[in-house]
Design a protein around this ligand. Structure first.
Ligand SMILES: O=C(O)[C@H](O)[C@@H](O)[C@H](O)[C@H](O)COP(=O)(O)O
Length: 223
């Protein structure tokens, strides 16, 4: 794991947006297309604001979420709603977006179609993750009903996930897909998450799902 400590959050958001943009640019110089996989939640909004304005061939970039809350885009809990407002705007409006939600269907029913759309864009070129103070990434929550399946080496692309701490049902990329990304970044703020991350290495992946990606990740932290 590589840890970058920034003097403040603003410097972190700018440094991280630059880094994601240049890694996408590198990928696009070598390949026909690039995939960018991002978290929802409350932390990454300012990174999205900056990244959406960057000069890239966005029409060759495919964007999808790490995980989605099973609510329509109009809900303020929807991660897709966040992306529509803050990432898929300005220059980045030209990117292709692949949803992890389907209205009127249960997660289990929709997953085969959603996963089939993601599969051609793997491995992920550039992965950004958030992390909770309970050490979850995506919707790989400690104690969740299908965590063992989602952590397995032969896990499917997408796994439905339910746990009380998450609120609504979730759909999440599996640990195999996340850990297979070409470049992995984790964005965290505050002392509580920093302490949770520091202690993760002594725990099992079931207790600390972030461990599934830690070996090859760059962690970006500011107080
Ligand atoms: O849908 C989600 O909730 C996320 O993708 C999730 O994995 C998130 O990244 C962490 O919960 C951190 O969230 P915060 O940034 O809000 O602390």
């Amino acid at each position: 794991m590589n840890l970058i400590e920034y003097p403040d959050r603003e410097a972190m958001f700018m440094g991280l947006a630059d880094r994601l943009s240049s890694e996408l640019g590198e990928t696009l110089r070598m390949e026909e297309g690039a995939s960018l996989c991002v978290p929802g939640g409350t932390t990454p909004g300012p990174v999205f604001d900056l990244l959406s304005a960057s000069r890239l061939d966005w029409d060759r970039v495919t964007v999808f979420l790490n995980d989605e809350r099973w609510v329509p885009e109009s809900s303020e809990r929807s991660n897709a709603g966040l992306l529509r407002r803050r990432l898929l705007v300005e220059r980045a409006a030209a990117a292709r977006y692949l949803p992890l939600f389907a209205a009127d269907r249960a997660p289990e029913e929709a997953i085969p179609d959603l996963a089939a759309a993601i599969e051609p864009h793997l491995p992920i070129s550039v992965l950004l993750l958030g992390m909770g103070a309970d050490r979850h990434i995506a919707s790989l929550f400690p104690g969740a009903d299908r965590l063992a399946e989602a952590l397995a080496p032969d896990a499917p692309v997408l796994v439905p996930m339910r746990v009380e701490a998450a609120g609504e049902p979730r759909v999440t990329l599996s640990a195999r897909v996340l850990a297979g990304a070409m470049r992995i970044h984790i964005l965290i703020t505050g002392d509580e998450k920093r302490a949770a991350l520091d202690s993760a290495r002594a725990l099992s992946p079931e207790e600390a799902p972030v461990r599934a990606v830690l070996a090859n990740a760059t962690v970006h932290w500011a107080a």
